[in-house]
Design a protein around this ligand. Structure first.
Ligand code: TRP
Ligand code: ZN
Length: 861
């Protein structure tokens, strides 16, 4: 295996020996030989003889001076430059050369199609120049960019444009100044030729802000939704948190090559085009939703992340958990709050619980990190947001707001820790949050067991709650956590609810005046990121689903009912007939269709079977074949039994012109469900009907709904519609990603030929993360039938590909390896096949640090 990479530990944090107060950067942009001149004002913080260790990777050093005198570094390695014998304060000049056009890792400065752009979080700035690449070094930036005027009319960086001019060799230049001190991970530069949409926003206090959205030429009409979302987010943050934007210009640039969703660089956000561009024909309701929420997320970072930033990368959840929480609040205010909450609970159950159960388990504030990019995780982001939500539940909305105000009052302009955040919350509210801090340091998924005793004579209900967090690979011993546990008691007269505070291993709660034995609905609003163990009768689940007040538990009751029946059927391979599916499910669906909830999106979610991933999280050893078979049997049974109702829902779909409104989007979600079942109904006219829906569609949501239904039900219509779709969209990169995904997630046994031919498509490129993810993501994560083939061929296909991808883009490779890490949760045969592939990776001499960390953790576990 490659040279052992080193880990960093939170416990080893030390303040920097030197800091940098001001930086003056000059970029002379060329495809292969970009010259970067960095002039930094450096000040010693530590003792007199302190050495200065600058980070730098993939750089060619051309010149180095201290206060104008040439300086010879004491030591130069692949990753650092060490300087000694330095004055207390000095000017450091570093000249480096880099190769943006060959930068396929997409970290640092790279070329995406014809555009130069940067990605510096977490540690990409060190690929631009030698620097103190850590977030607790905050400097003021002045940036000069020089480039060919014809090819790159737009030259952008952070802050305000202060000067510009032309050179007589066809190049032009600009100078940007950012008045706010920032860590280098928030630095950004863009050079390209764009269509620009502009708008204005006036803040509550009267500041005029110019809004500028830069998109590929010809895509202007697809930018309006993002721009409207930005203005909504700006207004919302003023209303809800009293936070205003602080510069005269806010720029958003959409690029085609990007490792993640988007990046909150100060005043100059850079986005994956997928989270910017939308119009009715080419984008789905989900795309519209995601754009609104990612635009908001990056905007909200201006306060939670930029004005107050992280002291070190172990504190990542300080900005990410909090900002995800804020974007979720915003999304809930914009559309269907029930749907937003259900989506979020699904992310936690399908992905976060899986992370806890595997070799990469870590607390929301990790303690040991080898490659920081591996910790932009569902745990840090989404569990992090759940932890903030629990805090808000604990303190109330007003108390939470007081805590936020104090946090900004204390820490504006600083680089701080998660403890600082919790302390501000505690001090603002005069409460003790010591036990609560365990949520930051303890990994794993708590299990809450619920037992109830009803005493009819005294009309009393006693609930006994106990909590237990199983050990995780990173941490053996677990302590009890404070868990806000929402319960709703539903009986024939109505319902009542309460949030119980569970903080010990076991506690009893007594309810008086309970007239009859109620159904006990747990975790109202998904009040904590925990698993619930409860024995509950089908009739109670149906009662909660139909009569509950809380939307989340209504949906969850349906999920539990489905799950219980799928698991039963899965364990009994002799039961091969859909006839034997329980009456309870039929009763539930019949009642839901007869008296549906008001929110069509909620109904759509209640009618949706739990995914394979959710079901597999409920088993200790995943029964792949049993689950797939049982789930299919139940789908088919419900499809047939209610065929006329599905047909009717499809026929009665509203026919007005497309608009992305909550009402229409919710309705289309229900239409999606109905089409899914119709496709499985085996009705002779189903295909004609679905074809009709495809033909009269004026929007991508409906079109994709038909395709997905046909794909899941394996209808022959799928192939003809897919070729039609390709003919229509083959020039459109973002839409073709949907086409790739549909092919890659098609349930079938052998995918080798299929994947091969997708990668021969002219639109495919291994250098473009969206393409890689559109094919390999769905195959490895949403196609259990193909991926988990018992002979291991699915695992081998993925690994063959990862061995290539790792040298092109380690960050993307590292995300795709996730499904292999969980091998211990499968039967022995599959375990062996998965382990074999991990070992193949481990034997690769040049394995990236990203993959090395995950693969070694998995094999050692
Ligand atoms: N901070 C970004 C966010 O808002 C995350 C991010 C974008 C990122 N690009 C990245 C993280 C590249 C690591 C590497 O969530
Ligand atoms: Zn973020």
């Amino acid at each position: 295996m490659s040279q052992p990479h080193q880990s960093m530990r939170l416990a080893d944090y030390r303040p920097p020996a030197y800091t940098i107060t001001d930086v003056d950067l000059t970029f002379e942009l060329e495809d292969h030989q970009t010259r970067v001149t960095a002039v930094s004002q450096v000040v010693r913080q530590g003792e007199t003889q302190a050495v200065l260790e600058l980070d730098g990777e993939h750089l060619t050093l051309l010149a180095l001076t201290v206060d104008g005198e040439d300086k010879t570094p004491e030591q130069q390695t692949d990753t650092a430059l060490v300087l000694t014998d330095l004055p207390e304060q000095f000017e450091l000049k570093v000249v480096t050369e880099i190769d943006p056009a060959n930068n396929t890792a997409l970290e640092g400065l790279y070329k995406s199609d014809g555009t130069f752009c940067t990605q510096c979080e977490a540690q990409g700035f060190r690929r631009i120049t030698y620097f103190l690449d850590r977030p607790d070094v905050m400097a003021k930036y002045s940036v000069k960019v020089i480039a060919d005027k014809h090819k790159y009319p737009s030259l952008l960086s952070n802050g305000n444009l202060v000067e510009r001019g032309d050179l007589d060799d066809g190049r032009h230049w600009v100078r940007w100044q950012d008045p706010f001190a920032k860590p280098c991970y928030l630095f950004a530069l863009v050079a390209g030729d764009f269509d620009c949409l502009t708008d204005r926003y006036t803040t509550g206090s009267g500041r005029e802000v110019a809004l500028e959205l830069y998109v590929d030429k010809g895509n202007r009409h697809r930018g309006y939704h993002a721009l409207a979302s930005l203005k909504k987010a700006m207004q919302w943050d003023e209303q809800v948190y009293g936070l205003e934007y602080d510069l005269g210009v806010y720029m958003v640039v959409a690029v085609d090559f990007f490792n993640m969703g988007a990046m909150e660089n100060k005043g100059l956000n850079i986005f994956n085009a997928k989270f910017v561009l939308a119009d009715a024909e080419s984008a789905t309701d989900d795309d519209y939703f995601n754009i609104e929420s990612v635009i908001a997320h990056e905007y909200f970072h201006n306060w939670t992340g930029n004005r107050v930033t992280c002291r070190d990368w172990f504190q990542l959840s300080l900005k990410e958990g909090l900002t995800v929480f804020r974007d979720q609040q915003f999304s809930a205010d914009m559309a269907s709050p029930a749907l937003v909450r259900i989506k979020q609970a699904r992310v936690i159950r399908e992905h976060q619980f899986a992370e806890d159960a595997g070799p990469m388990a870590h607390p929301i504030r990790p303690e040991e990190v080898m490659e920081m990019n591996n910790f932009y995780s569902v745990t840090v982001y989404d569990k992090g947001a759940e932890v903030i939500r629990m805090l808000q539940r604990l303190l109330g909305q007003g108390g939470f707001r007081k805590g936020m105000d104090l946090y900004f009052e204390r820490h504006d302009g600083q680089a701080v820790t998660c403890d600082d955040f919790v302390q501000a919350m505690a001090d603002a509210n005069g409460v003790d949050l010591e036990q609560f801090k365990r949520w930051y340091s303890q990994s794993g998924t708590p299990q809450v067991t619920v037992q109830s005793e009803y005493d009819a004579k005294h009309q009393q209900l006693i609930l006994t709650l106990s909590q237990h967090t199983p050990p995780t690979q990173d941490q053996a011993d677990k302590q009890p956590l404070p868990i806000p546990f929402g319960v709703e008691l539903v009986d024939e007269h109505g319902s009542r609810s309460e949030v119980l505070s569970l903080s010990e291993s076991e506690q009893r709660f007594c309810f008086d005046h309970v007239a009859s034995n109620p159904a006990i609905a747990c975790l109202t609003g998904f009040s904590a990121p925990v698993k619930v163990k409860q024995t509950i009768a089908d009739s109670d689940l149906i009662r909660i689903a139909l009569k509950g007040q809380d939307d989340f538990v209504r949906w969850d009751a349906c999920q539990t009912l489905f799950s219980q029946h799928i698991h039963q059927l899965a364990e009994d391979s002799s039961r091969n007939s859909s006839e034997q599916v329980s009456e309870a499910l039929s009763e539930l669906i019949a009642e839901l269709l007869k008296s549906p909830p008001e929110d069509a999106a909620l109904l759509a979610e209640m009618l949706m079977l739990p995914s394979f991933d959710t079901l597999s999280q409920q088993q200790d050893i995943v029964n792949v074949d049993g689950l797939l078979r049982a789930r299919k049997l139940i789908v088919t049974r419900l499809a047939q039994e209610f065929a006329t109702q599905w047909q009717q829902l499809v026929d009665e779909r509203p026919k007005q012109d497309y608009a992305y409104t909550a009402e229409q989007a919710n309705w289309r979600r229900l239409l999606d469900r109905a089409m899914f079942y119709l496709a499985h109904s085996e009705l002779p006219e189903a295909e004609t009907q679905l074809q009709q829906v495809y033909q009269d569609s004026d929007n991508m949501t409906q079109t994709l709904g038909v395709l997905t239904g046909c794909q899941q039900a394996n209808l022959s219509l799928f192939d003809s519609l897919m070729s039609d779709f390709e003919q229509l969209w083959r020039k459109d990169s973002l839409v073709m990603d949907k086409w790739f995904s549909l092919h890659a997630s098609r349930p079938q046994d052998d995918m080798a030929g299929q994947l091969e031919s997708l990668m021969e498509h002219p639109m495919y490129s291994i250098n473009n993360p969206n393409k890689v993810r559109a094919i390999w993501g769905p195959f490895a994560m949403r196609n259990p039938q193909a991926f988990h083939q018992a002979d291991g061929r699915g695992y081998r296909l993925l690994t063959d590909y990862l061995l290539n991808l790792d040298s092109v883009n380690p960050q993307v490779a590292s995300r795709l390896v996730t499904p292999l890490l969980a091998f211990k949760r499968f039967d022995l045969g599959r375990q062996q096949h998965m382990r074999q592939q991990l070992e193949r990776l481990a034997e690769q001499a040049t394995l990236s640090r990203d993959l090395y960390e995950k693969v070694t953790r998995a094999l050692k576990g």
